[in-house]
Design a protein around this ligand. Sequence first.
Ligand code: HAX
Length: 424
Amino acid sequence: MARLQQRMAEIIPAMRDEIRSLVKEHGNKVIDQVTIGQVYGGMRGIKALTCDTSEVPPEKGLIIRGIPIKELTGRLPEEIFWLLCTGELPSKGDLEDLQQDLRKRSRVPQYVWDVLEAMPPDSHPMAMFDTAILVMERESVFRKRYTEGMKKDEYWAPTLEDSLDLLAKLPGIAAGVYRLRFKKGDRINADTNLDWAGNYAHMLGISDKPEFKDLMRLYMVLHSDHEGGNVSAHTCHCVASALSDAYYSVSAGLNGLAGPLHGLANQECLGWILMVVEKFKGAPSDEDLRKFAWDTLNSGKVIPGYGHAVLRITDPRFDAFLAFGKQHMPEDPIYQTVAKVFDIVPKVLTEQGKAKDPWPNVDAASGCLLYHYGMTEFDYYTVLFSVSRAMGMCSQLVVSRAWGEPIERPKSLPTAKFKNLALK
Ligand code: HAX
């Protein structure tokens, strides 16, 4: 047994006991109230989901297993996956073991390429990436073991197997989608000396600069998880609660990530920045930018990369990307525009008074860094996000399976019933 599987087997019994006794002793304790406004307002803020991998306090931003994200920016994504699953950072030996395990599982079956090559050439890269995941469902160890008959206590182990199989292949698939969809030539073979994200950067074939690999490592760490209530995590979780395997569940979650109010915001965001740079022939003046931001709002559009359903501060992940830009490309007009937007747009959104959070989210800065190194196809950016977020989704699945979470089934009512409740 590889070390991650072994460590999970050691910690799971205590986790199960903790949750079982919490529910047994306090199952009837009331912890929240639900208003009609929340029911019709996207269930915002209702405490109704568990997620032990990470949390997002509105005034602090992402915390992974108790560690603020800004303390994890120098780590490798593989270390983050271990942390998400176990609550501990891996030792050097643990990390090497996990990296070796991922390398062994990384070969992408030929049928995946056959399916992708048969897709219409203008397919969105997210549709291609998702299709690749779904078509690999036939590999699921969980489905096979479930069909054979497996005890509920064992569900987590084949879920971890599926998760590792999937995560190991995602960089190769994502790089292959990039090269196929944007006609970049043949796929590039993996470099087995590289780490998971460094190898992804290598297989994309965009830039040989070591700092591009560093950017990819940072990108993969920053996007890895964002608690359980966002659209992709929640969708993945809901689908998995029906005991659908990791391939079905992660694919479902990523379909949500592909929406413009969620993961697709990063492609929209760079589009908006490039419009600014083009219109003003470089970084704009404060006044020009102010006016441009107001024009966007007055035309009924949102300013992508700003606002958040949970956060009420500048996203610490945005800070980390901005710091990378300041270090590696301070003279780039696109980076300079992103930095200037950060000065101006929060004031404009505050003046407008609609957005509860006028501050930048993770998507506001990531695109400009990718663009700088030559990844100019911003339709692709959400795929990068997906490769990373799959770590969060998979770790959440393993943890939910480990404590035996039941099928999700909240109650819906027709509007007439809510009207009756309102008048009671
Ligand atoms: N520009 C203009 N208006 C905005 C805004 C923005 N950036 N952010 C919020 N608003 C508006 C909302 O559209 C809403 O207007 P209406 O009442 O007319 O519908 C009002 O302010 C209140 O919204 P809110 O409660 O502050 O925000 P929500 O929780 O409803 O939505 C969103 C959060 C992230 C979807 C929202 O801020 C938004 O659309 N931002 C721009 C898109 C974006 O950056 N998305 C990425 C978010 C991060 C992420 O999930 N990445 O994957």
